[in-house]
Design a protein around this ligand. Structure first.
Ligand code: BGC
Length: 733
């Protein structure tokens, strides 16, 4: 929990009182390692050249690789840099030494990095791990990541990513825990506990950074960086709750998002930054801009020049400028001109120094040499956790005729380039992993002793290799085709307008199906895909996402039945791309989708998700009965019977939803309010109890006021958001 003692607070105040305006602004300046030499234009212009297409990404990367790196040593010495993005522990120590020993006041630096789903040990992408419906697991993976990175100098994670994301075209759906505000909130809190919770030593925790504040996930048409318009009630009810939950859990920092919200870029948004975050929620930490975002306010057309953008950002409550040097270059003049009050600067710097104090950087600024080597060889504990998380994230979408698990003695044709790749399993936003730690699916099957042959056949961007396909068709009793997206097809700046399986991979599947042999599609992807054709034609589909370093072992274990799948979808899968955005908890319409033409539906795609939120099969089956919802004072006591009706042991995620049927504004058709995982032996039945706190049954009005309104409620319980038992209850609060 990010909180300072009175003594620490006093130290911060004392330090602040000694600082010059330049030094204060220095703390508000975050630098990335700049690239110098090798080209004739400044780095910023080079980025612009790439963004506007004057040079290609390949050309950009070539230039970067020949350039030298500038770590801003002189500025650090002069107290003009507060934080940096650096990945090398020796370098961190070297720069820290300049800050601590050579700058006038010796204020240590913070080193930030995008550690989204693991540092050296990479875990599943967040949208996948959310499907484990196990926040405690997310807490454990976060804690490991904190420890690994802090011993490498990184003391600030630009995570968790908490953008409720409902449009699978948006590439960044991969980075967050899905479409549901409640689920994302549970995972948000878990991540904060994981990253910040073990303060027994400064080597065990880092500062979390909640991003991207706010509503970035609602970018119009799923196109990255695009505009966002929404009613305040939607903002308060769907997009703010995860941030609020994480602030309450004690998160230390927040990153503002690139998008504008109702006409005001979130970088300069006084309403979201000051009014909601700092005033109403009393967030005590600091806010950093997203990379280059203050400059982008000029492109947004709401600031005439960089200096004006800097003024607007600072006054709105933006404490740190990531990467533009606009604060560094213009803020002093703006203060002297009276455009930014000194109190704004002091507040920002007090917040920044406080986080540094809490991180223990004043007493322990350096990474001990011994700690740097601690995870040189990945400890078994870390790889075990990576495998556990990967296994629990896998979702069985379809299993006609019980093709899975594969039987003993069955010969497997393993097909698809993605099956033999140990880099594409990692997923977007991971940068500190090593190829040697990564287990491909091919390697995983080998480790598990499966009888199989591998045939490359086709990949997301490759043509079909006819010879390979023929061999794959001939060899196995069963064909396991690994198909999906490259990891560069999701993440930032990776929106897709067509979210079917890319390239010729579907063609490859058709060829396999034509043999009449059982075919299993193993999906590797960073977003929900539109799987109408696959759902209609391929008998078994296993959603495996990008599962991180242990992906191969996890997938092999599930395919072979050493692990029974238990993952559920944290995001709805549309049948076709044109249904996006699609999410289970949409507001009620006057004409709910149905069979009649004049209901809210598509002529060519109906109205329901192909695979809804919360959906996922097992190798066994579960039935639900006897739902009860009893008024228990401050809460509803909800109970349901769950029976394992199949022949293998399994784990089921029992999900509790509610609907406010008579409210003063339109409310969602269903809202997740709780869940519980239960393990059941074959034939076993358990009574599962869930609590629905009455205080959580309200909603926010447009004004931001939270209300509980008397009336009729529906309580739903089931194994996914669609197939539920239901009870009605009338409540007076
Ligand atoms: C992304 C952020 C990230 C930052 C720093 C930006 O482009 O939007 O999520 O934290 O870069 O790498």
């Amino acid at each position: 929990m990010y909180r300072l003692t009175d003594e620490q607070k006093a130290k911060v105040k004392e330090l602040l009182s000694q600082m010059t305006l330049d030094e204060k602004i220095g703390q508000m300046n975050q630098e990335s390692v700049s690239i110098v030499g090798g080209f004739d234009v400044p780095f910023e212009e080079l980025i612009e050249m790439m963004t506007d297409g004057r040079i290609t990404q390949d050309e950009f990367e070539k230039i970067m690789s020949t350039a030298e790196q500038d770590y801003h040593e002189d500025d650090i010495r002069a107290g003009l840099v507060g934080s940096l993005m650096v990945q090398d522990p020796e370098k961190c120590n070297e720069l820290q030494k300049i800050a601590v020993e050579e700058s006038r006041l010796g204020i240590p630096l913070m080193f930030g990095l995008d550690v989204i789903h693991g540092y050296r040990t990479v875990y599943p992408i967040a949208i996948a791990e959310a499907g484990a419906f196990e926040p405690e697991l997310f807490e454990r993976t976060a804690r490991m990541a904190a420890k690994e990175s802090r011993t490498q100098g990184v003391n600030w994670h630009f995570a968790p990513m908490l953008d409720v994301a409902r449009d699978a075209r948006w590439g960044r759906v991969s980075e967050g825990p899905g479409e549901d505000p409640y689920l994302v909130s549970q995972f948000a809190k878990a991540k904060i506990r994981g990253l910040q919770g073990d303060m027994s030593s400064t080597e065990n925790y880092v500062a979390a950074c909640l991003k991207h504040y706010v509503a970035y996930g609602a970018c119009e048409s799923g196109r990255d960086y695009n505009t966002v318009s929404m009613a305040n009630s939607m903002l308060y009810n769907a997009y703010l709750p995860p941030f609020k939950a994480a602030v309450e859990e004690g998160a230390a920092t927040v990153m503002a998002s690139f998008n504008d919200l109702n006409g005001v870029p979130c970088t300069v948004n006084e309403f979201t930054l000051r009014h909601i975050l700092k005033d109403s929620w009393q967030f005590p930490g600091f806010v950093v801009s997203d990379a280059n975002a203050i400059r982008e306010c000029v492109s947004h057309g709401i600031a005439a020049d960089e200096a004006e953008a800097g003024v607007e950002a600072a006054n709105a409550g933006m404490d740190i400028d990531m990467g533009t040097q606009i604060y560094k270059k213009t803020l002093k003049q703006s203060v002297e001109d009276g455009k930014v009050p000194m109190s704004v600067i002091d507040e920002a710097v007090e917040r920044i120094l406080s986080v540094k104090m809490w991180l223990g950087l004043f007493e322990h600024p350096y990474v001990p040499q011994e700690a740097m080597k601690r995870y040189e060889v990945l400890p078994k504990e870390h790889t075990d956790l990576a495998r556990e998380a990967a296994e629990k994230s896998i979702v069985l979408l379809k299993n006609d005729g019980g093709i899975l698990p594969l039987g003993k003695g069955q010969k497997i044709s393993l097909a698809g380039q993605l099956a033999d790749n140990r880099e594409e399993i990692i997923g977007a936003w991971a940068m500190s992993w090593r190829p040697d730690d990564c287990v491909s699916i091919r390697q995983g099957l080998e480790n598990a002793g499966a009888e199989f042959e591998y045939f490359s056949c086709c990949g997301p961007e490759a043509e079909i290799n006819e010879e390979d396909v023929e061999k794959a068709c001939a060899y196995g009793d069963v064909i396991v085709a690994v198909v999906g997206e490259l990891d560069s097809m999701s993440g930032e700046a990776s929106s897709r307008a067509d979210i079917t399986i890319p390239g010729k991979q579907q063609e490859m599947l058709k060829r396999f199906l034509a043999t009449g042999k059982p075919v299993v599609a193993v999906l590797m992807n960073g977003r929900p895909l539109a799987l109408k054709w696959e759902a209609e034609n391929v008998p078994a589909i296993l959603e495996c996402w990008h599962l991180g370093v242990q992906m191969g072992n996890a997938v092999a274990n599930v395919l072979l039945g050493n692990k029974v799948p238990e993952g559920k979808l944290a995001s709805s899968f549309p049948a076709v791309t044109g249904m996006c955005p699609i999410y289970y908890n949409h507001p009620s319409t006057g004409r709910p989708g149905g069979r009649s033409k004049f209901t809210s539906r598509y002529l060519d795609a109906g109205f329901e998700a192909l695979y809804p939120f919360g959906y996922g099969l097992s190798y066994t089956t579960f039935t639900y009965d006897g739902l009860e919802a009893a008024d228990a004072g401050d809460s509803l006591a909800v109970t349901v019977g769950v029976t394992n009706t199949g022949d293998s042991a399994g784990v089921e995620t029992v999900q509790l939803y509610m609907q406010d049927v008579t409210a003063s504004i339109v409310r969602p058709v269903k809202e997740l309010k709780g869940f519980a995982k239960v393990s059941l032996a074959p034939g076993e039945k358990k009574q599962v109890s869930l609590t629905l706190n009455k205080k959580d049954m309200g909603f926010y009005k447009d004004s931001g006021e939270y209300v509980l309104e008397d009336g009729l409620f529906r309580v739903y319980v089931g194994g996914n958001s669609k197939d539920c038992l239901m009870k009605e209850i009338t409540l007076t609060f």
